[in-house]
Design a protein around this ligand. Structure first.
Ligand SMILES: Nc1ncnc2c1ncn2[C@@H]1O[C@H](COP(=O)(O)OP(=O)(O)OP(=O)(O)O)[C@@H](O)[C@H]1O
Length: 260
C-alpha cells in the first residue's frame, strides 16, 4: 500500500486562532489557540462536556467556528469554496467511537467507503457490485492486523475488529492527518490499548499527524508526545506528558464550580 502523504516535518497542518463554538447559546469552546504540525501525535483530554469532540469537529470542518478561525492544511474550511473544502477534507481521515461502518456490508466495502469521495460516481457504484482496488484494501487490512476479514460481513466482527476496519478505511484515504474522537470508548481496556498502539504506530511509520480525544488519561500520558487539556471549553494546558503533574490532572477533572 502506498504510504500517506505525511508532509514536511514542522509544516503547520492545523491552526486554530481565537476559535470559539456556540451551539444555540451553549458555549462549547472559547478562545482556543492551537497549532499542530505535520507528524505530531496529540491527545486531547478533559472532563465530559469540556469540548473535545467539538475541537475534533473544528479540525475536520464538520463544525465551523462561531468566533476566530480554523485552518486545516492551509485552508479555512468554513470560508473556502465547497469544492476546495471537500478536497482538503478528503486528506483528513476521522475515526469515531461508534466505528461509523455499515454493518450489513462486507468489510471490503466498508474500507473502500474511505475513498468513495475521491472516485467518480460510476466507479463508486460499480464497486458495490465488484469491489474496486482490492489490493489496497487488503494492504490496509494487513496493516491493521485482520487481512482474513476482507470478505466477512461487518456485523460478525468484534468491537476491536470493527475499529480496526475503521482505521483501514481511513488508511485507504491516504490522509495527511488522522483525527480520532474517543476511538476506544466502546472497547475494553486491552482492546482499547491495542487500537491506540495501532494508531500511534501508523502515525509514526507514515509520518501522519494524529489527533485523538481520549477519556483515558493514562493512555494519553503514556502514548502521546503532546497533551492538550480542555476544561469548560478552554484550553487549560498544552504540554508534553512529562510536564503534566498529577496536580494538573486533579485540577482538570475537579468539579466545575457553578457560576454564582
Ligand atoms: N450539537 C450540539 N448542540 C448543542 N450543544 C452541543 C452540541 N454538541 C455539543 N454540545 C455541547 O457543547 C459542549 C461540549 O460538548 P463536546 O461533545 O464537544 O464535549 P466532550 O468533551 O467531547 O464531551 P464528552 O467527553 O462527554 O464526549 C457540551 O456542553 C455539550 O452539551
Amino acid at each position: 500500500m502506498t504510504s500517506g502523504l505525511s508532509g514536511t516535518a514542522g509544516e503547520l497542518l492545523f491552526a486554530v486562532r481565537g476559535a470559539g463554538v456556540r451551539y444555540d447559546g451553549v458555549v462549547a469552546l472559547e478562545g482556543c489557540d492551537l497549532e499542530i504540525t505535520a507528524g505530531e501525535r496529540v491527545a486531547v483530554i478533559g472532563p465530559s462536556g469540556a469540548g473535545k469532540s467539538t475541537l475534533i469537529a473544528l479540525l475536520n470542518g464538520m463544525v465551523a467556528p462561531t468566533d476566530g478561525t480554523v485552518t486545516a492544511l492551509g485552508c479555512d474550511l468554513a470560508r473556502a469554496p465547497a469544492r476546495t473544502a471537500r478536497k482538503v477534507r478528503r486528506q483528513i481521515g476521522t475515526i469515531y467511537q461508534h466505528f461509523d461502518l455499515v454493518e450489513e456490508l462486507r468489510v471490503v466495502h466498508n474500507v473502500n467507503a474511505g475513498r468513495l469521495g475521491a472516485w467518480p460516481f460510476w466507479r463508486a457504484a460499480l464497486s458495490l457490485v465488484r469491489p474496486s482496488g482490492v489490493g489496497e484494501v487488503r494492504g490496509a487490512l494487513e496493516r491493521v492486523g485482520i487481512p482474513e476479514k476482507l470478505d466477512a460481513r461487518t456485523s460478525t466482527l468484534s468491537g476491536g475488529q470493527k475499529q480496526r476496519v475503521a482505521v483501514a478505511k481511513v488508511l485507504v484515504q491516504q490522509p495527511r492527518a488522522i483525527l480520532a474522537d474517543e476511538p476506544i470508548a466502546s472497547l475494553d481496556p486491552r482492546l482499547g490499548g491495542e487500537v491506540i498502539d495501532l494508531l500511534t504506530e501508523i502515525s509514526a511509520d507514515l509520518g501522519t499527524t494524529l489527533v485523538t480525544s481520549l477519556h483515558d488519561v493514562t493512555m494519553a500520558l503514556g502514548r502521546f508526545e503532546r497533551v492538550v487539556a480542555l476544561r469548560a471549553g478552554r484550553i487549560e494546558f498544552d504540554r508534553p506528558p512529562g510536564a503534566v503533574s498529577s496536580g494538573d490532572i486533579e485540577d482538570l477533572y475537579a468539579a466545575v464550580e457553578p457560576a454564582s
